[in-house]
Ligand binder design. Structure first.
Ligand SMILES: Nc1ncnc2c1ncn2[C@@H]1O[C@H](COP(=O)(O)OP(=O)(O)OP(=O)(O)O)[C@@H](O)[C@H]1O
Length: 237
């Protein structure tokens, strides 16, 4: 029996004539932090989008918590993304009209939580991520690293089962990037959230329990010995 929480099996996807995934298989267990590396254009983001139910593969299957999700309609995949998944992207993508606090509360508001309760849930994240006093600022008034920490809080506030992070440190200098990674992995581990992390940077991937490499639309696990919360035993091939 598989212990995967999120899994792609033999996924294929082409954009018109361009094949992006050619039989990619990958899985992450509950509470695991999985780094997905590989050259530019190899299919990492496309694979992440298939796992997250944003893109529907042409062939192959995607499973979440034992349930096949690639064959669900858009409405059910969208509900799944809202209820079970969190997202952090390279450029924070905060809503500029909202305050930082409202941005963090957004997933809860979309899930029907009342505004006062959603903001009350959002607030502790500011102290936790070193953002004291910044809750009232808009994204234009935050540094890149601060904005990315707000985006991280937004990605985790609804306690998702899986956090999908696509180059979350790509726009940050290396020190700020490491701070964001430490906070991300620490908070995810605390709440048992699985993390699927796409990154170019080995220093960022080093925070993961396991690493996979995507090349030419196929994925390969590089390090095994998954041990959530502990160091992975590396048996690179
Ligand atoms: N929306 C799209 N329309 C057409 N082609 C696309 C689209 N998205 C991705 N591709 C193509 O699919 C392939 C895989 O792209 P993808 O973004 O998944 O790669 P990646 O490994 O994440 O790259 P990078 O590290 O540069 O972000 C590339 O050849 C890319 O040009």
């Amino acid at each position: 029996m598989s212990t995967a929480l999120i899994e792609a099996r033999d996924v294929e996807l082409a954009f018109g004539e361009t094949p992006a995934l050619r039989g990619a298989s990958l899985s992450a267990g509950p509470g695991e932090v999985l780094a997905v590396m590989g050259p530019s254009g190899s299919g990492k983001s496309t694979l992440l989008h298939c796992l997250a139910g944003i893109l529907v593969p042409d062939a192959g299957e995607v499973y979440f918590d034992g349930q096949r999700i690639d064959n669900l309609g858009e409405a059910r995949r969208s509900a799944l993304r809202r209820d079970r998944f969190g997202f952090v992207f390279q450029f924070g993508q905060l809503v500029p009209e909202l305050t930082a606090e409202e941005n963090v509360a957004l997933p809860l508001l979309l899930n029907g939580v009342r505004r006062s309760a959603a903001l009350a849930e959002a607030r502790p994240w500011f102290a936790r991520l070193g953002l004291d006093g910044l809750g009232g600022r808009r994204s234009g008034e935050l540094s890149g690293g601060q904005a990315q920490r707000v985006a991280l809080a937004r990605g985790l506030v609804a306690r998702p089962r899986v956090l999908f992070a696509d180059e979350p440190t790509g726009a940050l200098d290396s020190l700020t990037g490491e701070q964001v990674m430490e906070l991300m992995v620490g908070a995810a581990r605390e709440q048992g959230t699985t993390v699927v992390l796409v990154t170019h940077e080995p220093r960022v991937a080093a925070y993961a329990d396991r690493e996979a490499v995507v090349r030419d639309g196929k994925a390969k696990i590089l390090s095994m010995g998954y041990a959530p919360g502990g160091a992975a035993e590396r048996v690179a091939s």
